[in-house]
Design a protein around this ligand. Structure first.
Ligand SMILES: Cc1cc2nc3c(=O)[nH]c(=O)nc-3n(C[C@H](O)[C@H](O)[C@H](O)COP(=O)(O)O)c2cc1C
Length: 266
C-alpha cells in the first residue's frame, strides 16, 4: 500500500512499531521494519507514536500531525481519581448559552475517543437553538405518552404536563447529538465512548453535561420524528445525545457507587 516509510539512518531496529501494530501491518525487513503486502492499516497511529527516534512515518497518521507527549505532565493517581469522580450529571443549568467556540472544543475532544477498530464514523449535531430543544421536549413527551415504556418515566410526563418541568433536557441551553451511518456496526459503542470523553472534558471549560437517555430512546425508534426535527441526513441515525450548559450548582462531595463486585481468576 506504500503507507509507511522508515528512515534507515534513524531506525534502531527495536521493533516496537511491529509489536504495537494491532493488525500486523509491519514485519522486519532486511534492515528495517517494512509494510506487509496485503496490509490493512486502521490508522491508529501507534507505529509512529511509539517510535523513540521518529524513524517511521505513515501516510494515514503523519508524524507531522502528532503532538509530542512528553511535554505534558501526568496526573498522579489521586488527581486522576478526583478528576474522574468529580464529573457528575448536571441537571440544573444557568440561563446562558455556550459559545460556538466552547462547543467546538467539546466535540473536538469527543472525536479523539477510542472506537471499535478505530472505525470512528461519528458526526456531531450541535443544537444551539433553545426553542428547538423545547420542541424536542414536547415531541419526546408525546412519544412517551403512547409508549409501552411510559410507566418507566411516568413522572417526566406528569411533571411536564402539570408544571411544564422539562425532565428530558433539564432546561439545558445546548444539546449535542451524535449521528452515524445507519449500517455502522459499532455506532452506539463509538458514540458512548465519544460522549464519555466529552463529559469528562466539559468541567475543565466550566461546563456541565448530562446524558439525554429519554430523548435517545425516542430518537432510536424507527422513523422517529426527531430525525426530521433535527434535520438528520438521509442514511444516518441518531446514536446518542448529551445536554450541555453552565451548571447552576457545584458539588461539595464525591459519592460512592455499589460495592465493588469483581472476581479474580488465577
Ligand atoms: C446511557 C445513559 C442515559 C442516561 N439518561 C439520563 C436521562 O435521560 N436523564 C437524566 O437526568 N440522566 C440520565 N443519565 C445520567 C445517570 O442518571 C447518571 O449518570 C447516574 O445517575 C450517575 O450519576 P452521575 O452521572 O452524576 O455520576 C443517563 C446516563 C447514562 C449513562
Amino acid at each position: 500500500m506504500n503507507l509507511i516509510t522508515v528512515n534507515e539512518e534513524k531506525c534502531i531496529k527495536c521493533e516496537m512499531c511491529i509489536k504495537e501494530c494491532p493488525v500486523n501491518v509491519l514485519k522486519m525487513g532486511e534492515n528495517v521494519p517494512e509494510e506487509v503486502v496485503e496490509s490493512n492499516c486502521i490508522a491508529c497511529g501507534h507505529c509512529v507514536a511509539i517510535c523513540p527516534t521518529t524513524a517511521i512515518d505513515n501516510n494515514k497518521t503523519p508524524l507531522a500531525q502528532q503532538v509530542d507527549a512528553k511535554d505534558f505532565p501526568k496526573l498522579d493517581a489521586e488527581q486522576t481519581e478526583h478528576f474522574l469522580r468529580s464529573r457528575r450529571s448536571i441537571r440544573n443549568y444557568k440561563d446562558k448559552s455556550v459559545s460556538r467556540e466552547e462547543l467546538t472544543k467539546l466535540i473536538n475532544i469527543a472525536r479523539l475517543a477510542p472506537t471499535a477498530e478505530n472505525s470512528q464514523g461519528i458526526s456531531f449535531v450541535v443544537v444551539e437553538n433553545k426553542q428547538l430543544i423545547e420542541k424536542a421536549t414536547e415531541v419526546s413527551i408525546e412519544m412517551i405518552e403512547i409508549s409501552p415504556l411510559r410507566y418507566l418515566v411516568e413522572d417526566a410526563v406528569t411533571s411536564y404536563r402539570k408544571n411544564g418541568v422539562d425532565s428530558i433536557f433539564r432546561g439545558a441551553p445546548n444539546l449535542i447529538i451524535t449521528i452515524a451511518d445507519k449500517d455502522l456496526r459499532s455506532a452506539r459503542d463509538n458514540s458512548v465512548s465519544s460522549l464519555t470523553y466529552l463529559e469528562l472534558y466539559a468541567p475543565s471549560l466550566g461546563l456541565g453535561s448530562c446524558w439525554a437517555g429519554i430523548f435517545e430512546y425516542c430518537a432510536s425508534i424507527e422513523n422517529s420524528p426527531m430525525l426530521k426535527l433535527f434535520n438528520i441526513p438521509e442514511g444516518k441515525k441518531i446514536t446518542a445525545a448529551v445536554m450541555v450548559g453552565y451548571p447552576n450548582y457545584s458539588y461539595k462531595r464525591l459519592v460512592d457507587r455499589n460495592p465493588l463486585d469483581a472476581t479474580f481468576i488465577s
